[in-house]
Design a protein around this ligand. Structure first.
Ligand SMILES: Cc1cn([C@H]2C[C@H](O)[C@@H](COP(=O)(O)OP(=O)(O)OP(=O)(O)O)O2)c(=O)[nH]c1=O
Length: 219
């Protein structure tokens, strides 16, 4: 197998046999790191910081897609000189009644989001982008999550744990909020921030596209 500069880092040879890519995850999310590791992928992490502001009238899915693409693009700029560089980035948002719930600003905002989610079904949209010099591909995961109604004091107690902060929709399905979820249809890992089945399929599609665009060697 060919070696590329910085070789040893970021190989996905368990998934992609013909080409050795340098894999980077453009994310500050510890959940995304943990999930990508679960696929057995070796990667380096890039720090990217994108403004997550939905334009007026911007459809929910287009917004999530745009932000994920901007994160991947910002990551790729950092490693564009690396042969075979492949940058993965994602965005996850909670959607209810046409509103996009990002991360809560403070405790009051977290409590307000949770109050809206209680006793109802919302969607969690995750979009993943894979960007390289010779190809780019994306995957979309949309899950439906139903919350049981909250009992008295339950929201305040949950917010006081600190778990809602830094999480879209002010909850973590992988944490104590698991107790609120009465039904999930879709991708558990997608709700957590990186849909693993879709990401694995995405890497295969990316490899095929790269091969048809650039041949079997990274440029
Ligand atoms: C709904 C939900 C979200 N989340 C997290 C995943 C994401 O980290 C976060 C959504 O915010 P994002 O903007 O998608 O990601 P991020 O800012 O945390 O990280 P990045 O650097 O990759 O942009 O919410 C959970 O951990 N569990 C959940 O159940």
């Amino acid at each position: 197998m060919a070696k590329w500069p910085g070789g040893g880092k970021g190989r996905i040879d368990t998934l992609v046999h013909a080409i050795e890519f340098m894999i980077y995850l453009a994310s500050q999310s510890p959940r995304r790191r943990q999930l990508l590791e679960q696929l057995g992928i070796v990667f380096d992490v890039l720090d990217v910081d994108i403004d997550e502001v939905r334009a007026e009238g911007e459809p929910e899915l287009e917004y999530v897609n745009r932000v994920a693409r901007e994160k991947a693009g910002a990551g790729f700029i950092q490693v564009a000189a690396v042969a075979g560089a492949l940058v993965i980035a994602a965005d996850t948002e909670v959607v209810l009644d046409g509103e996009v719930f990002g991360k809560p600003r403070d405790a009051a905002d977290a409590a307000a989001m949770l109050a809206r989610l209680g006793g109802r079904t919302h969607r969690v949209v995750s979009v993943v982008w894979c960007v390289g010099a010779a190809a780019e591909e994306r995957a979309v995961s949309i899950s439906e999550v139903s919350f049981a109604p909250f009992g008295p004091g339950q929201i305040e107690a949950y917010v006081a744990t600190g778990e809602p902060f830094g999480k879209a929709g002010a909850y973590a399905i992988q944490g104590r909020a698991a107790a609120f979820v009465s039904h999930l249809s879709g991708s558990y890992s997608g709700v957590m921030g990186l849909p693993l089945h879709e990401t694995s399929q995405l890497l295969h599609r990316f490899q095929r596209k790269w091969t048809s665009n650039a041949g079997s060697s990274p440029p």
